[in-house]
Design a protein around this ligand. Sequence first.
Ligand SMILES: Nc1ncnc2c1ncn2[C@@H]1O[C@H](COP(=O)(O)OP(=O)(O)OP(=O)(O)O)[C@@H](O)[C@H]1O
Ligand SMILES: [Zn+2]
Ligand SMILES: [Zn+2]
Length: 804
Amino acid sequence: MSIAKVIVDVPAKQTDRPFDYLIPEHLEEVIQPGMRVIVPFGPRKVQGFVESVEETSSFKSLKKVIEPMDVVPVLNEELLLLGDWLSKTTLCYKISAYQAMLPPALKAKYERKLKLVSENANFMLPDGLEQLFASEPSVLWEEAVKFASIHAIQKLVKEGIAEVHYEVQSKGKKKTTKHIIPLMSAEEMLIYAESLAKQASKQKQVIEFFIHNREPIEQRQLLERLNISSSAVKGLVERQVLAEKNLEIYRDPYEQRQFAKTEPLPLTGEQSTAIAPIHASISNDKHEVFLLYGVTGSGKTEVYLQSIQNVLEKGEEAIVLVPEIALTPQMVNRFKGRFGDQVAVLHSGLSVGEKYDEWRKIQRKEVKVVVGARSAIFAPFENLGIIIIDEEHEMTYKQEENPRYHARDAAIERGKIHNCPVVLGSATPALESFARAQKGVYTLLSLPSRMNNRPLPEVEIVDMREELKEGNRSMFSRVLLEKLKDRMEKQEQTVLFLNKRGHSSFVMCRDCGYVVKCPHCDISLTYHRYSNQMKCHYCGYEDQTPLQCPECNSEHIRYFGTGTQKVEEELTKVIPEAKVIRMDVDTTSRKGSHEKLLKEFQDGNADILLGTQMIAKGLDFPRITLVGVLSADTMLHLPDFRSSEKTFQLLTQVSGRAGRHELAGEVIFQTYTPEHYSIELASQQDYDRFYQSEMMIRRNHSYPPYYYITLITVSHEELMKTVAVTEQITKVVRHKLSPKTVVLGPVASPISRIKNRYRYQCLIKYKQEPNLKEVLKSILDHYQGEISSNGLQISIDVNPYILM
Ligand SMILES: Nc1ncnc2c1ncn2[C@@H]1O[C@H](COP(=O)(O)OP(=O)(O)OP(=O)(O)O)[C@@H](O)[C@H]1O
Ligand SMILES: [Zn+2]
Ligand SMILES: [Zn+2]
């Protein structure tokens, strides 16, 4: 008798433990830990994860496993352990932890198919399958299991004859674009063309094209190739010579590309010193966390590359995490260029199918290195030899929904299991990490100088209040403008950085200061220029921009703040001859556009690259000699104890884009608070002094890294209910935790309402609180009923990064 211990997909307190199921005889050899199965649960059938397979159960009359969903485990033994750790440390249900580790294709409603991938003459397909596959290379799973045992299918998959695929069920999700197809035959077209008037030369051109090309072509491509407008095509469509049709396009973003192979560079002295302890940890199979603290342009990436090479030579695997925003083709090229096909890339720009394909390459051991954003930390490698987190201070490594894990913690946990090093790299390490390195918990490795001892760029701080006093109302200070023009003359390039975070483009009345807010969420609406509408970024609420102030009836109510479009317009006014490339969410939403814009800039087709956070990282172009930060202080005013740290990090990052090669760089920070220490110290790129100052402040206010914090946020549609529950929770926490622990609250959250739900919070600051998780869990349990019945929400964030 074999028993499967299954975590069922019913996220609730009562079901957050394994349930025993009998494995029916025909599945005895099939079912393994880490597979998903379908099991009966009450009156329903649900999905679940097999945690382990055992011989006995303490329960009698067990229900049976209905069928497996996978033919090979989707979670290996180590990932099952990691799931356990995740659920314990982030207080989430185990089922949520397991699901978080899988690619999205394995999460939602996808059609499962069995696909024939190789014809192997020596391998007989089961009879029925042979017939099924004769007409189609891929068949529905439900069909396949009618004709062959799961055991037989499992064998096919193991032999590489067939594969299991997941396809999105709704057709609407597939990416389609408008294609043009010929309706007439080539002869008919010839005749038609002769009947056309002389003036219709464009139409003739199109017909000429289709006489020779009978395949569907994307309309966009057609227009580009013939250099015509869509009206010529439209006319022909109306006459039914051609037709429009939405067809699917397939694109693997990196497939067609050739990667110039790169060889390891001879390391500099500093690099060699830094890499030696990493190599030692690799060859001794010793887990150790390294903080690679290297200024911008100091060659951290080369250290990563050569460490990985060392790991590969040992026959082991590597995970490299890069912030989503820095996962640019340039970044990917550096890894693909060195390790070629051994590299898989996981990032949010890939479609669900593409992500799944990359993930399978890892699972089938076809690749050895994965480069990806946060969730790539769960790559199903079994022989990890190193984990690298670049820009380790980045906030995006923290997941802001359940499970609220930090990739750095998960990396260290995996590093322990695999006895391998974890390398955290940054020019501006998170305060927490640097403090740990100071205490010797992490090993500090430094790269204090830039490559070839190139100096860090000169930074000049411009006080925008002074500019205003002197009558300059423009968003560009005089110095910045002068230097911009200078770069134009020298044919050098400028990066203009606009910090969007915490600086939405809101609509404000200049007479009474009224700001238009979302009626449901209590945050200001963001102005969208093209549609002249205002939109709420939390709930999607949209409204027309008012012509008059609802408060005082003044007509001076208008869009305020600076968006990239606005800057672009201003730029063309003050320097009409400047060629500007704008990179923001709007211009980069199409697949590949990010890359295209960067390439254009790299090729020298523009003088100025204007953008948001998106351009703060990773750019390494030789002709950039000027970086301008339009308003350095916008982020300082967020209600967040890390706002100074974030400001310092961002400013240092951006400055690092200038003068990385032969030409020296200059940086301008425009600000309304030039005296603020994080702006001042960022201008000197003095991380060490920033660290000292910031640590003092953190100590005085009992913030991390001196204290740990946990944030409890309660939300409900009724204000009274929200307050009452938060009050109750605060009381319990105060009562159960040690007197040294500071419990703040209940108070309204900085964003006090989202989607018509009120939000209150309680913040816990503590040094040592061994019972904390238990207390928190008991709180969640206590409210379980109300959470599932009356819409109460309680979110618990251990080590939060967003305090709004
Ligand atoms: N040993 C070396 N010899 C010669 N050139 C090197 C060496 N190591 C790195 N470089 C080059 O120096 C430049 C800067 O290196 P790299 O981009 O790795 O720095 P980084 O520290 O990762 O920078 P950032 O954090 O600013 O992105 C790159 O153009 C890289 O190719
Ligand atoms: Zn007003
Ligand atoms: Zn809203």
